[in-house]
Design a protein. Structure first.
Length: 161
């Protein structure tokens, strides 16, 4: 892979609620609609994204912290995950090799040891509070009575009455 180690990692978004839970990070966007769980690897890379560290510097810091060699490809993989979750202030210009490569291909090139600490960002969309109390109108597809405003879901038709 032809990666330029002089590239700087963009700074992380800080307009979010961040809570460290053990070795993972829970990040809730300031709009309250998106939540992200970062495993230890992704969280550590995210914490090092300050707009001043290069990808190579982040790899070096991680290597020192873990006591094992962390390659720049690993950091780029984490940046790709963070970028997809919109957890960075700017979108890093990912190397062309990384954009086209699948996670499986990258892990194979980094070696089996890397699979133990693969950076993972799991994101979920949280509905607005008003959606939690809403019910379905007459004629809307349903699966149970509780979904319908009328509290009657026609069993055969599967629509609210």
């Amino acid at each position: 892979m032809n990666l330029d180690p002089r590239n700087y990692a963009p700074s992380k978004r800080i307009n979010a609620f961040v809570r460290q839970l053990g070795s993972e990070f829970l990040i809730i966007d300031d709009d309250g609609n998106n939540s992200h769980c970062l495993n230890q690897s992704a969280g550590r890379v995210w914490m090092l994204c300050n707009g001043e560290n290069t990808v190579a510097e982040i790899a070096r810091i991680l290597s020192e912290d873990t006591g094992s060699q962390v390659e720049v490809e690993f950091v780029w993989l984490a940046l790709k995950e963070l970028r997809n979750a919109k957890l960075l202030r700017a979108h890093p210009a990912l190397p062309a090799d990384l954009i086209l490569a699948s996670r499986r291909t990258l892990l194979r090139s980094m070696g089996m040891a890397a699979t133990l600490a693969v950076p993972v960002v799991a994101s979920i969309v949280v509905p607005h509070a008003s959606a939690a109390g809403s019910c379905k109108a007459k004629g809307t597809i349903c699966l149970s009575n509780a979904e319908c405003c009328s509290n009657k879901c026609a069993r055969l038709k599967k629509v609210c009455e």
